[in-house]
Structure formats: C-alpha cells, structure tokens
Design a protein around this ligand. Sequence first.
Ligand code: CS2
Ligand code: MG
Length: 403
Amino acid sequence: MKITDIKIIVASPGRNFVTVKVYTDQGLYGIGDATVNGREKAVVAYLEEHVVPCLIGRDPFQSEDIWHYLYRGAYWRRGPITMAAISGIDMALWDIKAKAAGLPLYQLLGGKSRDRVMVYKHVGGSDIAEVVEGVAAMQEQGLRAVRAQVAIPGLPPIYGTGDSTDQAAGGMIRPLPNEEVWATHKYLPLVPKLFEKLRDTVGWDLHLLHDVHHRLTPIEAARLGRDLEPYRLFWLEDAIPAELQEGFRLFRQHTTQPIAVGEIFNSVYDATTLISEQLIDYLRVTSVHAGGVTGLKKMFDFAAIYHVRSACHGPMDVSPVAMGCNIHVDTAINNFGIQEFSGYTEETLEMFPRAWSYEAGFLEAGEAPGHGVDIDEDVAAKHPYSPAYLPVARLEDGTLTSW
Ligand code: CS2
Ligand code: MG
C-alpha cells in the first residue's frame, strides 16, 4: 500500500479544528487530528510545506518508521507544532492499518483491558452554591468523577475559574486574546471551602477533581494540597507551571494529594523526572499533542513502570478524532486512570461521525474498524476557520503571569 495524497481540512464548528486525511492507492483513507488551540495555521503550514511532500509514496503501514522519520529526521525535535503535525499523521496511519485489518484500533494495541473507560466532566459556577448544585446534578446523571471550579469573588471573570461567561465559548476569545486578572491570595482560601461544601453535599463516593491551570508557585501549591487533604480529591491538576519538573519535588514532599499534569506536554522528555522520581500520579498527555497513538503508547508504557496512570486531556479543543484515539488507547493499556470528556458542540458532533459513544459517566470505543471517527467534509465546509485565542493573564499590578 502507498500514500497517494494528504489533505488538511481546517474548520470551526464552534472551535477550530485541523484535520488530516491520508489517502492510499488501495482506496482506504485515514483521519487524524492536528489541532493546536490558537495556533492552528502554524500546524497547517508545517504539514503542507514540510511533511506532506515527504510522505507521498511511502507505505502507510510503517507508522513507527514514519514517526521517527518526522521526529528525528527533521533534526528540530519536539515542540507543540511539530508534535501536533506528527500526531495527525500518526493517527491517520493507525486508522488505515486497523481498517485494513478489519479491526477496531484497540485490538492492535493489545486488545481490551476494560469494556469502557471512566470519564470526568466539568462543573463551574459563579459561586459555591451554584457549583455544588451542578456537581450534584452530574452525580445524578451517573458521573463517577467531576472537576469543580468556582469564580473568585473580587476578581472579574477569569478563564477556568468556572464563571458562566467562561463556559459559553469554552473560554475562547475572538478575534484576539483579552487580558484577565489573577490574584493567588484571593483564590487559595476559596478552594478548600468549595470542596468542604461539596463533600458535605455529594458525599465521599464521587471522585472530585480540581484544575489550577499552572497558576501557583511550588510552595503555594504545597499549601493548597495540604488544605485540600481532608476532602480527598482524585487529583489536583496543573498546580504549578508544567515545565518546572524540579518544582514538583517541593510540592510532592508536602502533600499526599494525588497530582496530575501533562496536558501541554508533547514528549516523554517533558516528564522523565516527574515519572521516574514518582512526583506525579496521573500523566495528562493526549494523542493530538503527544505524538499520536504511537506517542501515547510509548509514554504510558514508560509511566506504567513507575505506577503512574493515564488521564488523557480531553477538553473540546481535542477533536472527536483525537478523542477516539484516546479511547482506544485507554481501552487497551493496563495503567489507565481516567479520561477527561467535556463534550462538544452539536456542529462538532455532526462534522465528525464516530463509533465511540458516551453513556452515564463512561466512554466506549465501539467496534468499527480503525479508530472509528470520520470527517463529513460538507459539514466542515459550512464552518470556515475563525481566529480565536485563549486569554492572557496578568497580576493586579499588571505583571504577566501563567495560567
Ligand atoms: C483545561 C483545558 O481541560 C483542561 O484541563 O486545562 O480546557 C485547557 O485550558 C485547554 O485545552 C487549552 O486549550
Ligand atoms: Mg487542565
């Protein structure tokens, strides 16, 4: 079999998605996701100018060799743009291989280690009462795990704190990023109050999670971890900037709160210290940003040696194609932890016909050959690309800060 053409489709059914379609001389094609939120066109150029011309005529079954050809062969390794491009191609190649075998992708990755995968969804609100109500409603819908975020009194609405303005567009700002204000001293005392109220209301069976969006220093994160210990969170996510692997030593030594990180990682080298020193419990890499199915498998197998479990990033900017690949990997590996699933707009679901399904807190991969997700190009054509960005955060005195 030979690759004959590769098409890159950019569309915005509510969010911008970059989708790769790899064609072969046998009539089979494969689909991949190569979306980098807010930097979509950079991946398109990388693929069209530098990747596609090198792959025409190659054997699509050689996914491992093509992965290394694009990774090592480029000389310029790693980075979100390079790795999203590799991810998109890699997903499409695994899709072709599994379709040719007539098998769902998870069968090529070792078969089923579980029938369905546990997910967590998001609840936010402008005050504690609203969040508690939302989490209780999720529990009633059968969710086993919920991420809870609350707006911070005294600050204007800010991304990821749970204010309703944040939920509407998934936090994306058009056409250019706005600037938001962050104040750690207003946030730190609030979060334990939220989880105290949540435990009083929803009890101890439901898994509760919280995302800090990289906003604390290691010692601030240590304090938050300690203050949250009575409420036994499933995890505390992205408490400190993810690139400071050594900072997790300080954080880890002060709290028994399980720690999750990795949604911005694109290579195992981002996490070798974190994993080998057992500074984290959950690795949040996802197929679209960490090198596709091949990248995820390598990273989760390495993590398994140190008892670190998987927790693929799955917000709405991870397209249903990457979600499909995540679910197949989640189904096959032994060290699965949990899968994030924040849901999609109706238009997005219409644009990506799929075999995976969600029901009452669990996702199932489905039995269609390949990863089971396709793209409806007629629907895509109705939703042209529209620039959108995540916000930028500043401290109250104007200093630019992480989020
Ligand atoms: C978040 C994401 O899902 C999460 O845990 O941190 O929504 C993240 O903010 C976006 O993926 C950024 O594009
Ligand atoms: Mg996150």
